[in-house]
Write a protein that binds this ligand. Structure first.
Ligand SMILES: Cc1cc2nc3c(=O)[nH]c(=O)nc-3n(C[C@H](O)[C@H](O)[C@H](O)COP(=O)(O)OP(=O)(O)OC[C@H]3O[C@@H](n4cnc5c(N)ncnc54)[C@H](O)[C@@H]3O)c2cc1C
Length: 282
């Protein structure tokens, strides 16, 4: 495979982890943290929003984690502890050295949404890979028409980037809706799945681009809501996650139909993803 033709893929050695040190560790929720990683030597090439890195916790293993923060030197990763490797990453104190490979995969390509209304729908930790898109849209706010964020979490305590979300909610140049799955003490906002506020939005279909990230059923239902409003599947992008091993399109671990998601995804147009997600157990 020719990795040289893929923008954003590290050209030196895609299978060789390079050392990065945990420079900052911010607790987001009871099971999620955001790590800022600084290079110890070589700096990997700058990722695009939506791409991911393979993070290696010494002696435990390596997993795919998206970029939740992108800058020229440091990497921002928000990790939810669900199993051995993600737990080891989550528990890494400042100073821990991790191995990092990447960046890998496709991005949201938010530039193509310039001049459009941008609809961003996130469930749970799905907000992490979408955060850089929102930040980029706010940095170039006049490039976009409406910027709409609908984020869902199980409980109020499970929203990532809570202070940032509150600052987005307070802005008049964007529309942010936070919703939780079930009623909770002290919560006066909407209750229900993200599909509910999404279905109430009045949208201008030819001028709308939508980016969705969260559990697969959530993305499927949201995409159907948007399609029902007349938004073309090619204007809806989703981030698909499968267990990934090599990250570089070599091992076939993450195959979904004709796609190798580490290379052809994780971000895919719903025109492509929709028919695949409708195939039972693919
Ligand atoms: C492209 C990509 C980007 C990702 N970005 C992030 C991110 O930004 N933050 C984050 O916290 N996680 C992210 N993940 C998910 C992360 O890779 C998995 O949580 C991790 O691989 C689990 O490994 P483990 O050894 O900790 O747990 P395991 O012991 O392997 O699994 C524990 C549990 O997690 C489930 N699981 C395993 N892998 C995945 C997966 N890929 N997706 C969903 N559930 C899984 C298993 O079914 C099991 O229930 C991403 C995955 C992909 C493919």
């Amino acid at each position: 495979m020719n990795t040289r033709s893929r923008p954003g893929t590290d050209l030196v050695e895609p299978m060789l982890p390079v050392p990065y040190r945990v420079a900052e560790r911010t607790v987001e929720t009871h099971d999620s943290v955001t790590l800022r990683l600084d290079p110890l030597g070589r700096t990997l090439s700058r990722a695009r929003p939506g791409q991911f890195m393979m993070l290696y916790a010494r002696g435990v293993g390596e997993v795919a984690i998206s970029l939740s923060g992108i800058s020229d030197g440091s990497l921002g990763h928000t990790v939810r502890a669900v199993g051995a490797v993600s737990r080891a990453l989550h528990d890494s104190p400042r100073g821990t050295v991790l191995g990092v490979r990447g960046p890998f995969g496709t991005g949201w390509e938010a530039g193509a949404a310039a001049g459009h209304d941008l609809v961003i729908v996130a469930g749970g930790v799905g907000l992490a890979p979408l955060r850089p898109v929102v930040l980029a849209a706010l940095a170039d706010r006049t490039d976009y028409r409406r910027v709409i964020v609908v984020a869902g979490a199980r409980t109020p305590d499970e929203f990532l980037f809570r202070a940032e979300l509150d600052s987005w909610t307070a802005r008049e140049d964007m529309e942010t809706t936070l919703t939780i799955d079930r009623r909770a003490p002290g919560w006066s906002g909407p209750v229900g799945f993200v599909t509910e506020p999404l279905s109430r939005l009045k949208l201008d279909p030819p001028r709308t681009k939508a980016f969705l990230c969260g559990p697969e059923p959530m993305m499927r239902f949201c995409a159907e809501v948007l399609a029902g409003k007349g938004i073309a599947p090619a204007s809806i992008r989703v981030s698909l996650e499968r267990n990934m091993k090599c990250g570089a399109g070599l091992c076939g671990h993450c195959q979904l139909g004709p796609l190798l998601l580490c290379r052809d995804g994780p971000v895919v147009d719903y025109a492509v993803a929709g028919p695949l997600l409708r195939v039972w157990e693919l």
